[in-house]
Structures are given as C-alpha cells and as structure tokens.
Write a protein that binds this ligand. Structure first.
Ligand SMILES: Nc1ncnc2c1ncn2[C@@H]1O[C@H](COP(=O)(O)OP(=O)(O)OP(=O)(O)O)[C@@H](O)[C@H]1O
Ligand SMILES: [Mg+2]
Length: 298
C-alpha cells in the first residue's frame, strides 16, 4: 500500500511495516499532517526517534525524503538556493564582447546557473515529498522567519525568476531538541508532537525489532536496566539509540544475562559522562550484584 494514511490505525500499521513502532500520539499526528496540510514540529530528548519518524513516514507513504540538516549560521544560500557564480562568470567570459547586458542577464539568471538547496527542491518537486527540517533549534530566529514564509505559503520567490509555487504539497516535519525555545509564530503554524522515552513494553519491542536474535529474557532485563538508569539524575540519560546499541553489543559478546559484571564491562555504551558512569555503577551495578534488581524493577 502507498499514498496517504487513511486512518490513525492504518498510519500505525504502515509505520510498523517499515520498522517504526509509533505510539498513539505519533500515529495521530502522522495521519493528520497530510490531511490538514500542516507541518509537524517534533520535540523531545535526544535519540527518541524524531528523525526516524520522518524517514519512516517517507518510506511508508512512498514519498521521497528531502532533508535539511540545520546548524548554527545556516542561511538562505544553503537552505533555499544560490547562484552558481563561477559558472555565471565563465559564461560571461565566453560571451562575445558585443553582447548586450540584457542578453547576458537573461542568460545567466536561469535555472542552469542556479544551485537549488533542500527547501527549493522540496517546493519544486514534481512528486509528493517528505521534507525533514532536522534540528531547527540549532538555527537562529532569523532563519525561522524565513522558514515561516515557505511553510505558510508553500512558495519561494526568486527576484530574478519569479515565484516558484509548490506543485504538490510537501509533508513537512521539523525536529527540535529544545536547545532553545522556538518562536510562537512557528509553533502556531505547526501540529505538535512531543516524543518521550517509551514505556518498557514499547522499548522492548523496538529493541527486539533492531536486535531480533537477542534472547527475550536478556532483552527484557536490558530494557528494565535502561529504565532504571534513566530514573537516576544523570547528565545524559541513555536514549533508544543507546538501548539498541547495547542490545547489539550484548549479542556480539554472547551475554546470557545482564548482571553486574556485564553492566560494568559495557556501561560505556549507554552512559557517556564520567560522573554518570560512577553513579550507574554505584546505584544499578550494586543492585544487580545483590540480586535485588528483578524485585525492585518489577
Ligand atoms: N518508535 C521507534 N521504532 C523503531 N525504531 C525507533 C523508534 N524510535 C527510535 N528508534 C530508533 O532509535 C534510533 C534513534 O532515533 P533517531 O535518530 O530518530 O532519534 P532522534 O530523536 O532524531 O535523536 P537526536 O535528537 O539525537 O537527533 C534510530 O536507530 C531509530 O531507528
Ligand atoms: Mg535526530
């Protein structure tokens, strides 16, 4: 099946079919986004599946994925388009000396001399696309303002060429890690999805999807340990990405249990700060050593 999702349940199923286990809010927003023609702002901690949701929607709906990775200092030239100065210059040099300015100008401000960047590519695409604007919080407010125009009008105006209007409405997902508060103006135009760490059961499903060969009991204990680690006051709690890495590592190491020794040897896969390592060894390691873990974690 391809094309738009026709219900929330169908969205959940088709996302599952391409390897993304969406919860209720994520399925709902995925369904509504295309129906309402609204961009979706996805926020949440690192590694909870924000970027992957956009990729999964692209796979499930057969829309090509166009990705704009944001960073500090990202500007129009890298997000929308820029003129290919070198090529323009070369062209000017090869024009005959008596060519008039108007002629030269008409020549060098055409599509051939333009470098289209992700936003223009998404707007001018002939077929329906998913536009992922990843980590929007890394840019400044000026860039957000520029984006507002594109997202509300679905058009880009190029002074030398005119207005490029979207032929098919792109499905837009913006992600943010909350490193700064986004403007109200941007939020108003978007549907909002807060992705949080999953429940034990859902995370177990996700881990099993990514490391199917791992023993069931080991996988469950791993996820329980991860949840316990997250409940500590850490600088950087482990994400889903780290649970998956840990599962794959335990598989390679042939671990048959997640006990104190295994935790101590492999802890650096899930926690990556000196002080966090100490805290986890002390609080979780000891519990695993005492055999108290199962009873406490339920
Ligand atoms: N619901 C899910 N179903 C299947 N896999 C998932 C799910 N959520 C997360 N993952 C997996 O977790 C990993 C991390 O996801 P992703 O990179 O999308 O996180 P993120 O929120 O964009 O993180 P960051 O903020 O660091 O960019 C990926 O390998 C992804 O496949
Ligand atoms: Mg991401």
């Amino acid at each position: 099946m391809s094309g738009e999702f026709t219900s929330i349940d169908e969205a959940r199923e088709r996302l599952g079919g391409v390897g993304y286990l969406a919860d209720e809010p994520a399925s709902l927003v995925s369904f509504l986004a295309a129906r309402l023609g609204k961009p979706v702002l996805v926020e949440g901690p690192a590694g909870v599946g924000k970027t992957e949701l956009a990729k999964a929607i692209s796979r499930a709906t057969d829309r090509r994925l166009i990705r704009l990775q944001c960073y500090e200092g990202l500007d129009e030239a890298k997000a929308l388009y820029e003129w290919n100065y070198r090529k323009q210059l070369l062209r000017i040099q090869t024009e005959a000396a008596d060519t008039g300015w108007q002629e030269v100008k008409d020549d060098i401000f055409g599509e051939e001399f333009m470098l289209a960047r992700p936003l223009l590519n998404a707007i001018s695409a002939e077929e329906p696309v998913v536009l992922l604007i990843d980590e929007i919080d890394k840019t400044d407010q000026e860039f957000e303002a520029l984006l507002l125009e594109v997202l509300s009008e679905f058009q880009i105006s190029i002074p030398e060429m005119g207005v490029v209007e979207a032929r098919t409405q792109p499905l837009v997902l913006l992600t943010s890690n909350n490193s700064r508060e986004l403007t109200e103006a941007l939020k108003r135009r978007c549907l909002y999805l807060w992705l949080d760490y999953p429940t034990i059961e859902r995370e177990l499903e996700i881990v099993r999807l990514h490391a199917p060969e791992l023993d069931q009991a080991v996988a469950r204990k791993l996820v329980e340990v991860i949840h316990m680690v997250r409940s500590l006051d850490l600088k950087k709690p482990p994400s889903i990405a780290e649970s998956i890495d840990w599962a794959r590592a335990l598989l390679l190491l042939g671990a048959e249990d997640v006990d104190q020794a295994v935790l101590e040897r492999t802890m650096s896969i899930i926690v990556k700060h000196r002080t966090d390592l100490d805290l986890v060894a002390e609080r979780v390691g000891v519990k695993l050593g005492d055999g108290l873990f199962g009873r406490q974690a339920g």
